[in-house]
Design a protein around this ligand. Structure first.
Ligand code: MEV
Length: 447
């Protein structure tokens, strides 16, 4: 790599100039790198423009595999679910879990609540009782002042549901919040919420400044910031599966009976509840499914992840997001997940494949998408834990990984065929495959 240089006015350069600057300043083979970056541009310049404008300083596109999970039955309706993920085995595992539950009643899902939260954080040095006394007028003022932003959302059945004044002087001197609850219908609502909050902060400052009975200091209020909270514990969905234990069937080529499987499965979930190391990996498996559908449908997977992890820690310790039990001979496995997603607005209608994903899902409402995402997360989690308590994950995983290794080692079609045959019943590892290919290539060369 060449020594990086400071650049000014980079954002003003054309995309081609940005790409050339990058290729020339950071790579030994600039022409090849520029050609490669360009090879990932969309063929249609109009479509490429859409991608370029999602973000800033774009020089190329970064491809990820777009796969599908067929046969996912939720509340009696069959879905083919789009998944964007680079990790091998994830889609295969979810597909196998979907098929497993298809003949056992499918997945059930329900929306528990759909509230989202925004906060105006502010400092005020007056007597808190005075503010509390005036709060109902302030609340009305906020409703009135934000009407022009909330009108459309109210027509669709959403808007501001409640406004609360939270006194946090015990944590930090003079610190208060306006905690506002929203319903945002089929949109994720981030822009809507943030616009309302910023208008609210102006409304709040004016309201306090206008109070004749306040002294000069009390008429001063400092808004620190106004922003939605990605922690939405009241935007919650539950996905579940259940069947009589004996209907689980046998595992490990018939050597593990259904009750042993159910016992080990429930214990694995208990361990993920108790142990933070296991909980993190366990939940990562859930998010393998959740993030893949969030990405495929143009939703903000970072928001979903951060919320999920906070929710997993809500009693003070990070724990499993899913739960399992055997009660009266019935095996039950479920997941409660806060999910703030949208099916209108944002990337959902701009990204050509996100649009197709939603079409594939039958143009779902945000509620329905919450159920689809949570069920995919649960399917993923079921498949992972099922493997862990039976054969282990490496057998299946490394077989899929073998294809990645072959690509990495640039194996020809013929070599891949021989490698696949050789490793059919052998343990796959990067070193073993590389060594086998070396032998194969050396033997070929000496013929
Ligand atoms: C790998 O991406 C995810 C798993 O580790 C999840 C788990 O252990 O439950 C298989």
């Amino acid at each position: 790599m060449k020594k990086p240089k400071i650049v000014s006015g980079f954002s003003k350069l054309s995309k081609r100039r940005k790409m050339l600057w990058l290729a020339e300043n950071f790579f030994a083979n600039p022409e090849e790198v520029a050609r490669e970056l360009k090879s990932f541009w969309y063929g249609d310049p109009q479509k490429q423009k859409i991608f370029d404008e999602f973000s800033e300083n774009t020089v190329s596109n970064f491809y990820l595999p777009y796969g599908v999970l067929p046969n996912l039955e939720i509340n009696g309706k069959l879905y083919c679910v789009p998944m964007v993920i680079e990790e091998s085995s994830v889609v295969a595992a979810a597909s196998s879990a979907a098929k497993f539950w298809l003949s056992r009643g499918g997945f059930k899902a329900e929306i528990i609540s759909t509230k989202k939260i925004g906060q105006v954080h502010f400092e005020w040095k007056g007597d808190s009782q005075k503010l509390k006394y005036l709060f109902s007028s302030l609340r009305q003022r906020i409703f009135d002042d934000t009407q022009h932003i909330t009108a459309n959302m109210r027509n669709r059945g959403g808007g501001i549901s409640s406004i609360e004044l939270v006194d946090l002087n015990h944590l930090e001197p003079h610190y208060y919040q306006l905690k506002i609850t929203f319903e945002t219908c089929d949109s994720m609502g981030a822009n809507f919420i943030n616009s309302v909050l910023e208008e609210t902060s102006r409304s709040l400052s004016s309201f306090v400044g206008e109070q004749k009975e306040f002294n000069k200091d009390e008429r001063e209020l400092t808004v620190i910031m106004s922003i939605l909270s990605n922690f939405t514990p009241d935007c919650l969905v539950r996905a579940s599966v259940e069947c009589p234990v004996e209907e689980l069937g046998t595992f490990d080529d018939g050597t593990m009976d259904p009750s042993t499987f159910a016992y080990k499965f429930v214990k694995a979930l208990r361990i993920a509840h108790l142990d933070v190391h296991r909980a993190t990996t366990h939940n990562k498996g859930i998010f393998n499914g959740v993030d893949a559908v969030a990405l495929a449908t143009g939703n903000d997977f970072r928001a979903i992840e951060s919320c999920g992890h906070t929710y997993a820690s809500r009693d003070g310790q990070y724990r499993s997001l899913s739960h399992a039990e055997v009660k009266d001979g019935i095996f039950r496995f479920w997941l409660d997940l806060p999910l703030a997603v949208g099916t209108v607005g944002g990337l959902t209608s701009l990204h050509p494949l996100a649009k197709r994903s939603l079409e594939m899902l039958g143009k779902p409402s945000a509620d329905e998408l919450m159920m689809i995402i949570a069920s995919t997360g649960l399917a993923q989690n079921f498949a992972a834990v099922r493997s862990l308590v039976t054969t282990g994950i490496q057998k299946g995983h490394m077989k899929m990984h073998l294809m990645n290794i072959l690509n990495h080692l640039e194996a020809s079609e013929k070599e891949a065929f021989e490698v696949l045959a050789h490793f059919k019943d052998r343990l796959v590892s990067f070193t073993a495959v590389r060594e086998f290919l070396v032998v194969l290539r050396t033997n070929k060369a000496s013929v």
